[in-house]
Design a protein around this ligand. Sequence first.
Ligand code: ADP
Ligand code: MG
Length: 397
Amino acid sequence: MAKKTVRDLKLKGKKVLVRVDFNVPIQNGNITDDNRIVQAIPTLKYILDQGGRAIVFSHLGRVKTEEDKASKSLKVVSERLEELLGKEVKFVPVTRGSELEVAISNLKDGEILMFENTRFEDLDGNKESKNNPELGKYWASLGDVFVNDAFGTAHRAHASNVGIASNIKDSVAGFLLEKEIKFIGGAVDNPKRPFVAILGGAKVSDKISVIENLLEKADKVIIGGGMAYTFLNAQGYDIGTSLFEADKVELAKNLLEKGKGKIILPVDFAFTDKFEDKAPTHVGPITDIKEGEMSLDIGPKTLELFAKEIKNAKTVVWNGPMGVFEMDNYRKGTIGVCEALANLKDAITIVGGGDSAAAAIQFGYEDKITHISTGGGASLEYLEGKVLPGVAALSDK
Ligand code: ADP
Ligand code: MG
């Protein structure tokens, strides 16, 4: 379903409510990864250039007690935003009331303010997270139009996205949300073929619906990472102490049966006797595994096999690291998949999922991949084929 975007609105002189996802990691008061702020800049710049009056807001972490407020304030985020925009961002340290209302009425065309963490409202009966009708209506009353650019929150129906959208006539997508829908939605609904899906990460149980959906849509499904071992066990192999979910063996068998000729599993592995960052004791096929050993990465033959499958693809969707990429000794598989994607000349390559996106950026592939999603959970639910409530609530074209 095509949704209206910020381009469809006249913004001059309008009070523009802008929901962003600035739920960024903060350690000791410092933002350690500002990617989500950076990705929202084009939408904010556009609104201000058009003469809109931007009222920006986001959630940040979880707010359960009064004490959480100090570490979950968006003030430090508004300062980073100010640097990135090169323009004053007035920070309003509340989520409602006269201080906020006065600050909004003082805004001039092309000016921007940001108000406090929407989840401060959760202290009073989870109003934000439970989409309290009064709260959505109140926030909607503060603006003339609503722009939602918070893809990372689109899988949740909260007051600050769905609540506002259901109380305002013009609710549209920002550029980031539009881009996420275009690439992830495009790949899943209408991919250029061959369409190859690469799935990995920790557990089968986290990804059942993703595997099932992509098994239907993709031409090939490559499986690596921790979840591969439950599949190998389902084929009858001894997998030692590798990651394993006994209650998912039957499911893995069914998926292997259903995905015959489509599913590709690893053929060699990096074995070790301890879950720690030391060199693998040996590398080889699963039948080489010794008692008490586990595999923490795929091996070089597997990478060759995967690269061969990926080489002909016109669309690649990747979710889930191929090994324990947090350790120097077990990131070769994940880097190898990044490299295989980067080498594609004429294909759309998409990375979704929190850890996979972080890995692709950490290993320097940000500019070599078509789209790295900013939504961890949201991108997964989108890959499952689910309707995202934050998107569904926006005005149709
Ligand atoms: P995403 O966030 O991209 O969806 P997941 O959260 O499913 O990915 O999985 C990421 C985690 O999977 C990483 O912390 C990584 O260490 C772990 N992992 C990958 N391969 C293995 C393995 N062979 N054994 C144990 N953990 C693994
Ligand atoms: Mg994860």
